[in-house]
Design a protein around this ligand. Structure first.
Ligand code: MV4
Length: 454
């Protein structure tokens, strides 16, 4: 097992990884930017190293500085968390070149699944259902137009290097499609330095369900069931839960088996997620894979009792997965609300600043994964998530009641948070009945209301 790990991240996930390491008897080196120099979680790491100024391009994205710190402190491995360098295959190779273990999949698996069009192709060869669309990248606009005629409008143009909703364009007719193709290519080239685009039938009012995977470096892969991430706004997830209220046990088994098949083909190791869309007729389609630990991983930890971060570390160290698929079960219901320092009633504008009053909820089955407390200053320089409130109960109805109680108990001030918004969503009859799709929030809350202060 590793003696010392470097954590190449910040905020709640840095703290989450520090906690796992402390329980495992592994020393930690945490890197931080000048902006984060007062972060209280740094005191829980064995060493803290400043890697540059506030902009992530000058700190958390600086592979060279992170690897230097790793060499100076003689670490065995680097945990990237999520975001920043977590899905950067070149960084994985740089770690290996410096004889440092990257805690995640191989660069090869990452590249194979990171290219969305290539991942879809792999899924098809694994007999995993995919959305009807182009078999490859679109070379000529005319070929996309022909295809759209065949599969029918609306269609969606996606960037192969994209993901999470970036670089997507919906088209309702041929003229629409031609300009969408041009715009999508341009955007993809600018944002990802990769103009590759592909085409899919646009699935209307889908649900978003993803399967958690763990694979070791010896070819064993298990799934840890699904998370339902349908409740989102502008591609930002707000609430995640498991089990999904939208699928029956047959679909669940199909989905989970499909995800494992795909990961075998990608020779996948470590933690990963396979994303699906579910349409109104309960058909499921693979859309993309995430080659990292995800924000919403605690939902899966609650219902399976399995510590995903510890397994990521063990797997990277070469341990075999001793978990047996038949021993992994879905127990009860877990729900997570992402709490952001944003004003939900003014278009979710970021609301950074110093937290003066603070009381987190607690009690049976309540988990608060966060790096904040009274006295913490939330920086405007990074994303606005300040913590994840996760509850676990025997049934979904009880989990909802527990979440309402927790949201009511929460006190944070004077900064504004998404707590009151979560309170509305979670008590909405359509959410309670599991009768939602990815457009639920945008249809029911006019969060685009003009912002009087800007
Ligand atoms: C789609 C889709 C409908 N049809 N693909 C958005 C994020 C990215 N991961 C994929 N996304 C979508 N792809 C087809 N063919 C609708 C979405 C989508 C969505 C997906 C998951 C969660 C929230 C979403 C919100 C709007 C659109």
């Amino acid at each position: 097992m590793f003696t010392r790990i470097l954590i190449a991240n910040r905020g709640e996930i840095a703290l989450r990884i520090i906690r796992a390491c402390r329980e495992m008897g592994i020393q930690t080196v945490c890197v931080y930017s000048e902006e984060d120099r007062h972060a209280s979680y740094l005191a829980l790491a064995n060493h803290a190293v400043c890697i540059g100024p506030a902009p992530s391009s000058e700190s958390y994205l600086r592979a060279d500085r992170i690897i230097s710190a790793a060499e100076v402190y003689n670490v065995d491995a680097i945990h990237p968390g999520y975001g920043f360098l977590a899905e950067n295959a070149q960084f994985v190779e740089q770690c290996l070149d410096s004889r440092i273990q990257f805690i995640g999949p191989s660069a090869e698996s990452m590249r194979m699944l990171g290219d969305k069009s290539a991942a879809k192709k792999l899924a098809r060869s694994a007999k995993v259902p995919t959305v009807p669309g182009s078999a490859d990248l679109i070379e000529e606009d005319d070929e996309a137009v022909q295809l759209a005629k065949k599969i029918g409008y609306p269609v969606i143009v996606k960037a192969t290097a994209g993901g999470g909703g970036r670089g997507m364009r919906i088209a309702h007719n041929e003229a629409n499609l031609r300009s969408s193709l041009r715009q999508a290519r341009q955007e993809a080239d600018a944002a990802f330095k990769n103009p590759g685009i592909y085409l899919e039938k646009f699935i209307e009012r889908p649900r978003h369900v993803e399967v958690q995977i763990l694979g070791d470096r010896h070819g064993t892969i298990v799934h840890l069931f699904e998370r339902d991430c349908t409740i989102q706004r502008r591609y930002q997830k707000l609430i995640e839960e498991s089990p999904s209220p939208a699928i029956d046990s047959h679909t669940r088994e199909e989905l989970c088996k499909a995800a494992v098949r795909l990961c075998h083909l990608a020779k996948y190791s470590n933690a990963g997620t396979v994303e699906f869309l579910i349409d109104a007729k309960k058909n499921y389609y693979f859309i993309e894979a995430n080659t990292r630990i995800q924000v919403e991983h605690p939902v899966t930890e609650w219902i399976t009792g399995i510590d995903l971060i510890k397994w990521q570390i063990r797997i990277a160290a070469g341990d075999t997965l001793t978990l047996k698929q038949r021993d992994i079960t879905q127990n009860g219901a877990a729900i997570e609300c992402r709490i952001n320092a944003e004003d939900p009633y003014h278009n979710f504008r970021p609301c950074p600043g110093k937290i003066e009053t603070f009381r987190a909820p607690g009690g049976f089955g309540v988990r608060w994964d966060s790096f904040v407390g009274a006295g913490t200053t939330i920086s405007p320089k990074y994303d606005s998530m300040i913590g994840k409130l996760v509850v676990h109960r025997p049934t979904r109805a009880e989990a909802i009641q527990c979440m309402i109680r927790c949201l009511d108990e929460f006190q944070i001030g004077p900064i504004l948070t998404t707590i009151p918004f979560h309170r509305e969503v979670i008590a909405h009859p359509d959410f309670v009945n599991g009768n939602v799709d990815t457009g639920f929030v945008d249809r029911n809350w006019n969060t685009n209301a003009p912002n009087p202060k800007s």
